[in-house]
Write a protein that binds this ligand. Structure first.
Ligand code: DC
Length: 236
């Protein structure tokens, strides 16, 4: 039996993961962060390159997608249950810290543009739902490609500047105009890369509910999604 699916898509730093986690907690669903698998594959690729004496973009360019995915399997990249959801594990250890480094963030878009990597990630996400798990999944193509039949689809947005400000605050840093501008531009560049790639570009599903969080606070945006989910899942 397949589980229920709530898809939350949107650009970088739109608050998808924290929102998805809170929605999952409120509904008793499990949270699946699809980006963590793309980040995990990026960690594996850079480590594999390093083993061969290559770094950064040179490492990614020198390795075939098949080599990268074989290394991901060999190093045990997987999602394992962790409280409210699933966390990425690598070589038997939680990989969360490695996934969020600046280096991984800089290279993950290139990895996420590789079609066979996307198929590998998608098959892992779908396996969870086939196992009967009710999930809140966040990403860029969840409502369009991974789960086009999701019970509820949300497309979260906020202005690039708002997202940049939130990201800086999350890091516990002070928001000065120069830093805010640099972060806004970095986010806009990632949005462009994710929206213009050939495979599964970032775009809202036709039947997604758009939620602009620029002027909402966190509780309001979570409650908005939980209320809609309750209407849908109460009918089943
Ligand atoms: O959400 P995030 O920042 O952790 O995502 C990391 C990268 O993975 C980002 O460049 C977009 C990409 N991604 C994707 O292409 N498709 C998804 N479903 C999730 C993430």
């Amino acid at each position: 039996m397949s589980g229920g699916v709530i898809a939350i898509d949107g650009p970088s730093a739109s608050g998808k993961s924290t929102t998805a986690r809170a929605v999952a907690e409120a509904l008793g669903f499990a949270h699946l962060d699809s980006g963590s698998l793309y980040r995990g594959v990026t960690v594996v690729a850079l480590r594999e390159g390093f083993r061969r004496g290559l770094t950064g973009a040179n490492a990614l360019a020198a390795l075939s997608p098949e080599t990268i995915l074989r290394a991901a399997e060999d190093r045990g990249l997987m999602l394992q249950p962790d409280g409210t959801g699933f966390a990425a594990y690598l070589e038997g250890e939680p990989a969360e810290e490695a996934l969020r480094s600046v280096e991984i963030t800089a290279h993950v878009s290139a990895i996420a543009a590789i079609p066979v990597v996307r198929e590998w990630v998608n098959s892992r996400l779908r396996a969870m739902v086939r196992a009967g798990q009710d999930v809140v999944v966040d990403g860029r193509d969840i409502g369009t490609v991974v789960f086009p039949d999701a019970d509820l689809k949300i497309f979260l947005t906020a202005s690039a500047e708002t997202r940049a400000g939130r990201r800086i605050s999350q890091r516990g840093q002070r928001i000065d105009p120069e830093y805010l501008d640099a972060e806004t531009q970095a986010l806009a560049a990632r949005d462009r890369a994710d929206s213009t790639r050939q495979v599964a570009p970032l775009r809202p599903a036709e039947d997604a509910i758009h939620l602009d969080t620029t002027t909402l606070d966190f509780e309001e945006q979570v409650q908005f999604i939980v209320d809609r989910a309750r209407l849908i899942f109460a009918r089943d």
